[in-house]
Design a protein around this ligand. Sequence first.
Ligand SMILES: [Zn+2]
Length: 71
Amino acid sequence: MKCCYCKRRFSLKSQNRYLSAEPTSISNAFNGGGTMYDSFDCPHCGCQHRIAQRYSKVEENPQIDTEEDCE
Ligand SMILES: [Zn+2]
């Protein structure tokens, strides 16, 4: 892709991808929640590029953790 800040091209490699979160409330800013994005940094200027929004995976049968092992 082409960096919209420095106008240089770079390739998106899966090993350079990381998840970023945009806090949507004050509590998100502290506990790390919020809107999640697949992100890459430009290797030339270091600017962050958000590629796609990601949603949390939802378990179909959520386990209520009353049987947690605490050995
Ligand atoms: Zn750049």
